[in-house]
Ligand binder design. Structure first.
Ligand SMILES: NC(=O)c1ccc[n+]([C@@H]2O[C@H](COP(=O)([O-])OP(=O)(O)OC[C@H]3O[C@@H](n4cnc5c(N)ncnc54)[C@H](O)[C@@H]3O)[C@@H](O)[C@H]2O)c1
Ligand SMILES: O=C(O)C(=O)C[C@@H](O)[C@H](O)[C@H](O)COP(=O)(O)O
Ligand SMILES: [Zn+2]
Length: 360
């Protein structure tokens, strides 16, 4: 087992990275929440069997749990599903020591995490990610929330987990499209922080797609460390540093929202979003075309899209972008590459330039 520590003073926690170790999980859960007696396990319909293994582990260390199952998919990141979780917590009844355990992908983590952040003004949260995307990104760093019809994650909060338990054996059953979607966020770390990691992904694309266990462990561990490094320095996205994790996401959230949260998976939108935002950087004279070309080649090798769908209206996409959390006084801000491995937050990018890129 490897451990990645996220150092956040009193909110510090461990990310445990393992492969099939249910006994280890129970001890980890007990360490992360020493006083918990009761838990709500939140999961989705596709991963109920993993949730029941987790529930048995909790029981073995004296934590009795109930399970709340939400339908699989992005539509569950809604205020209506959140209310149902509040009902389940009230029914338990939860007290301030009750643990929320999110077993699933980013949808379950963001939704269950936001219920934990807000019920009784905050409950301890344990993340048990079962998708690649959740292992490398959403389970780490404390962003929780739900969508609004007018924009992704418009309702949410920062609420750090007490621990993250990653078992890469869960990835064996993950559908191919979901696995590829997670790879988009992995590529993101290479572009924003680590050119050597980007080269590793280029050189090992076939082994990664074949889910070779050593490559999986490496990409999950490296991604968690890279994300933790950013979160440790700017936990609540106040200095602008954490915004680098939003590379590709201004476009991506446009694609997801205009697509009605069903057309594309999050990682697919991020892949096309990174290419669009890299093209913006080119047009602003910040990078040579070669930097975009390398991203296009790697994302294509991973079977990910590199441009939005032609039917998505430019003005509808821009309208969503104006509501992006990085916007200030209605002006768009983008995270743009300066070279492979480094990005900057750039103010006042003209909407006309964005239109031009969206139309190409
Ligand atoms: N909080 C953050 O920092 C953060 C970061 C990145 C993404 N996100 C959010 O995460 C969400 C996307 O997460 P996701 O890609 O994990 O999608 P998801 O949660 O919808 O899971 C994808 C699909 O895979 C299924 N599944 C999960 N684990 C499985 C397994 N082991 N075997 C078989 N099927 C399995 C799920 O039931 C679902 O159908 C988006 O809402 C995105 O906005 C949040
Ligand atoms: O953790 C972060 O910070 C991120 O931006 C990670 C993103 O991959 C993730 O999609 C996040 O949910 C986007 O957050 P938002 O604040 O733009 O809604
Ligand atoms: Zn993302």
């Amino acid at each position: 087992m490897q451990t990645v520590r996220v150092n956040l003073g009193p909110r510090s926690y461990d990310i445990a990275l393992t492969s099939t170790d249910p006994a280890g999980f129970a001890a980890f859960a007990r360490r992360a929440a020493p006083k918990a007696k009761l838990a709500l396990v939140v999961t989705d319909a596709n991963v109920i069997s993993h949730a029941s293994t987790v529930a048995s582990g909790l029981q073995s260390v004296g934590i009795h749990s109930q399970t709340a199952v939400v339908p699989a998919g992005e539509a569950s990141k809604s205020v209506a599903r959140l209310e149902a979780l509040y009902d389940a917590l009230a029914e338990l009844p939860a007290d301030r020591g009750t643990l929320v355990v999110a077993v699933g992908g980013g949808v379950v983590g963001d939704l269950g995490g936001f219920a934990a952040a807000t019920y009784n003004r905050g409950l301890p949260l344990l993340m048990v990610p079962t998708t690649l995307l959740a292992m490398v990104d959403s389970s780490v760093g404390g962003k929780t929330g739900v969508n609004h019809p007018k924009g992704k994650n418009l309702i949410g909060s920062f609420h750090q987990p007490a621990g993250v338990w990653i078992d890469t054996a869960y990835l064996a059953s993950l559908p191919d499209r979901e696995f590829r979607s997670g790879l988009a966020e992995v590529v993101k770390y290479g572009v924003i922080q680590d050119p050597e990691f980007f080269e590793y992904l280029e050189a090992n694309a076939a082994a990664i797609l074949a889910r070779r266990p050593d490559t999986l462990v490496h990409i999950v561990a490296r991604s968690c460390r890279l994300k933790a490094d950013v979160v440790e320095q700017d936990e609540r996205e106040e200095t602008g540093l954490r915004a680098i994790l939003n590379y590709g996401h201004t476009f991506a959230h446009g694609y997801e929202t205009v697509g009605g949260y069903g057309a594309w998976l999050h990682g697919e939108a991020v892949a096309a979003g990174m290419v669009g935002e890299s093209r913006l950087a080119e047009r602003l004279g910040r990078i040579p075309v070669a930097v975009t070309d390398r991203q296009v080649r790697l994302l294509t090798a991973f079977g990910l899209p590199i441009a939005g769908k032609p039917e998505w209206a430019t003005e509808a996409l821009i309208d969503v972008m104006r509501r992006d959390k990085k916007s200030q006084a209605g002006k768009l801000r983008f995270v743009l590459p300066t070279r492979l491995g480094h990005v900057e937050l750039v103010d006042g990018v003209s909407e006309d330039l964005v239109r031009e890129v969206l139309r190409t």
